[in-house]
Ligand binder design. Structure first.
Ligand code: ADP
Ligand code: MG
Length: 139
């Protein structure tokens, strides 16, 4: 089934000029980038986005990292987009990520791991709505 997922190219990647290389992996896997915008994430946006992790010890570091440099927020569309993107992103910790995945190729460490991808269709809808209106998504 064609569905959408939400992606963020994180500060560690935009700082190293990796947006194009990451987009090439996304498009090479058959996912279509149907919306994309480069923004500076505010502290409020980052806190809201990662609210599920607010009790975790790395929450402050995570919010600090996400607001440290521009990010690219994206909507990806394709067959089983949520699961497919999680697969090509690779494991959260790049040391455990499979060969050829974005995190294996580009991530610096478990915190600065280059990309975010939604973990369920429900979260994808909520995350997309935090950053895009429906008219900004052109499938
Ligand atoms: P994922 O991004 O793979 O869905 P999580 O939802 O578990 O991973 O965590 C969200 C983000 O928090 C991660 O992508 C990473 O940037 C950061 N993070 C997760 N675990 C750690 C950790 N142990 N130390 C530092 N940062 C972490
Ligand atoms: Mg997650």
């Amino acid at each position: 089934m064609t569905e959408r997922t939400f992606s963020i190219i994180k500060p560690d990647a935009t700082e190293r000029n990796l947006t194009g290389k990451i987009n090439a992996v996304i498009e090479g896997a058959g996912l279509r980038i149907v919306a994309q915008r480069r923004i500076r994430m505010t502290e409020d946006q980052a806190k809201t986005f990662y609210e599920v992790h607010k009790e975790r010890p790395f929450y402050g570091e995570l919010v600090g990292q996400m607001t440290s440099a521009p990010v690219v927020v994206q909507v990806l569309e394709g067959e089983n987009a949520v699961a497919k993107y999680r697969e090509i992103m690779g494991a959260t910790n790049p040391e455990q990520a499979a060969e050829g995945t974005i995190r294996k190729l580009f991530a610096k460490n478990v915190g600065e791991n280059s990309v975010h991808g939604s973990d369920s269709q429900d979260n994808a809808k909520l995350e997309i709505a935090q950053f895009f209106t429906e008219d900004q998504i052109v499938g």
